[in-house]
Design a protein. Structure first.
Length: 225
């Protein structure tokens, strides 16, 4: 299922009362043998909360209101993991155990550089969309993508986060692509993933213009990246 407007929705609901108590989600990232995993990216899906695990695997995501969160972790060489966490009236400590993953795309044909460019063009059009917002999105690291094709299907995987800039809305998004499947003949599209985001430097565009664009996106179709 597609994930749209995470950054817009979060900006709209960010008016929570400052008087509420805030807490931390902390923990350790380990591998299957129990060895700490350093430099793993740990983030709360659909938010600006992101951090990197330390030498001993420790991480901390702070200043959180009580509620339900999806804590995700990603690291090259390991299968990505998401864990639901309920934060109530105290700090929560969790352990995230990563399983080793070999990066192998289930493909029939991989093809040449020319084929990759053609597949990427289709992927970008379907993934970002052709709305005004989608056309102004830029994938900064397309090289992390790999594609597999049959006569009727395009599949895609990413070995690392996709880094996407939406200059019209003023966001930089880190998107962990779980799967992408496009049926060429029927034009049926399915993809899923999780995102964290940060606001771009305000010097690139007046903040009030971004706010207006975000409001228009929020009030418009959900098919805006």
């Amino acid at each position: 299922m597609r994930r749209y407007l995470l950054f817009v929705l979060i900006s709209v609901i960010s008016f929570n009362a400052f008087s509420q108590n805030r807490y931390n989600i902390t923990g350790i990232v380990k591998d299957e043998t129990g060895k700490p995993v350093k430099s793993a990216t740990v983030f709360i899906s659909g938010s600006e909360k992101v951090t990197i695990s330390a030498e001993n695997g420790y991480f901390s995501l702070g200043n959180l209101l009580p509620g339900n969160y999806q804590v995700s972790v990603s690291m090259l060489g390991y299968a990505s993991l998401t864990k639901p966490v309920m934060l109530q009236n105290k700090q929560v400590d969790i352990t995230l155990t990563l399983a080793t993953r070999s990066i192998v795309l289930s493909t029939v044909k991989v093809g040449s550089k020319g084929a990759w460019a053609k597949n990427y063009s289709v992927f970008k059009e379907q993934f970002l969309g052709q709305t005004q917002n989608g056309r102004q999105c830029i994938i900064l690291n397309p090289e992390v993508l790999s594609f597999g094709t049959t006569n009727t299907t395009l599949n895609a995987e990413a070995e690392d986060f996709l880094i996407i800039e939406n200059k019209r809305l003023g966001y930089r998004i880190r998107y962990r692509l779980k799967y992408f499947n496009y049926q060429v003949n029927s034009q049926n599209l399915g993809y899923d993933g999780e995102a964290s985001f940060e606001q771009m430097d305000a010097k690139a565009n007046p903040k009030n213009e971004w706010a207006q664009n975000r409001l228009e996106a929020y009030n418009g179709s959900l098919m805006h990246f």
